[in-house]
Write a protein that binds this ligand. Structure first.
Ligand code: CP3
Length: 347
């Protein structure tokens, strides 16, 4: 343990500050969601997904559901990455069974401007949710706030929907680099203000989701993932120097190392395609590693799941490790498998 470290600090925070603990903190991306019957019931009552995000009563309830059921070490604010473009005046809605939709940012539309007053007013229910969660969570449970990263948010703003290849955003990047860069810049600015306000409201850790970082070629990865993340990290640290930051530039392979070194994040979430043995050598000397169980094990369970849990633990137990999946838990996951996972890790 580092000298001067407070032993009463929560497990997730200790790990993000570089401590190696005998049992890693555990939480799961998308731990609140449709695989839980209590989530489906609350969502039904709320009437729509965005109403769930913007109603503190509902958002607090669904955030707490997986904590009550499983006692994870961390709780992640229930919201969505698309509330940021929404708060900047883009239309956002969810088509049942299909996912998010936005009005596409076509060439005739100006670059969105950040009006901080209306931005924070739109997001006030999120800040209220965070404050109430800090009062209601068990004292050992950390509260994680989050945002999408500029590139991933830009892919939705530009295409108006999620697509696998991010072709619309990649096309604008090369056909009109100035316009594309202006969007990335204003998003980075908005995200910085958003994360700072989440921490002001009570978030103890923040995670930056760059879910589509794996679609970027190396130069573009430097310019539109690493560079804006550096700016966000610097802005958040200037306001809140002690709040740990987790980066998640998903599916970038060996570039996780460049990202970690350049941004100086306290933790990095790695997807299930990265080797945990490689991560132990290449990343753990620089920061805590979060991950990286194949999410399908939460559907299928059994010995294959247990073997992979053991493999990840064996590889990463010599340094700071946060046990998590490589990506979000899916709606068809089996609750019994989540219990089995926790039992395997905590004994
Ligand atoms: O429990 C948690 O992890 C916190 C809540 C959370 C949600 N979305 C809730 C959600 C978080 C952290 C997110 C982040 C998010 N949202 C990302 C980045 C992480 C990732 O998975 O890569 C992205 C790309 C989005 C955008 C988004 N939101 C999509 C593509 C979808 C549709 C896909 C799907 O699963 O249906 C959503 C909807 C969404 N966000 C749901 C939940 C629980 C399902 C909505 C429902 O109840 O119908």
């Amino acid at each position: 343990m580092k000298s001067g470290m407070k032993t009463e600090e929560k497990l997730l925070i200790r790990t993000l500050k570089g401590e190696t603990t005998p049992v890693p903190p555990v939480w799961l991306m998308r731990q609140a969601g449709r695989y839980l019957p209590e989530y489906r019931a609350t969502r039904e009552t709320a009437g729509g997904f965005l109403n769930l995000c913007y109603s503190p009563d509902f958002a607090v309830e669904v955030t707490l559901q997986p904590i009550r059921r499983f006692g994870f070490d961390a709780s992640i604010l229930f919201s969505d990455i698309l509330v940021v473009p929404h708060a900047m005046g883009r239309d956002v809605w969810f088509e049942t069974g299909e996912g998010p939709r936005l009005n596409p940012w076509t060439d005739d539309q100006p670059v969105p401007v950040l009006d901080l007053e209306s931005f924070h007013a739109h997001l006030a229910p999120v800040y209220e949710t965070i404050g109430r969660l800090r009062e209601e969570l068990p004292k050992e449970t950390s509260l994680i706030g989050f945002s999408g990263a500029p590139w991933t948010l830009a892919t939705y703003v530009i295409a108006g929907r999620g697509k696998d290849d991010q072709a619309a955003a990649r096309k604008l990047m090369f056909s009109n680099p100035a316009r594309f860069k202006a969007l990335i810049d204003v998003l980075a600015d908005a995200i910085s203000h958003y994360l700072i306000r989440q921490i002001d409201s009570g978030a103890e850790v923040v995670q930056i989701f760059d879910s589509w970082a794996g679609a970027l070629a190396p130069n573009a990865f430097d310019a539109y993932c690493i560079e804006p993340t550096v700016r966000i990290v610097n802005a958040v640290r200037a306001a809140h120097p002690d709040t740990p930051i987790i980066g998640f530039p998903r599916a970038v392979g060996s570039e996780y190392v460049d990202f970690t070194k350049a941004t100086g994040v306290d933790g990095i979430s790695i997807d299930q395609t990265a080797s945990p043995d490689w991560a132990a050598k290449a990343i753990q000397p620089h920061c805590a590693v979060q991950g990286n169980l194949e999410p399908m094990h939460m559907v299928t369970g059994g010995d294959a799941m247990l073997a992979d849990i053991d493999r990840i633990r064996a590889a990463l137990s010599g340094g700071p490790h946060i046990f998590n999946l490589g990506h979000g838990i899916t709606p068809d996951a089996n609750i019994d498998n989540v219990h089995a996972l926790l039992k395997r890790i905590r004994g």
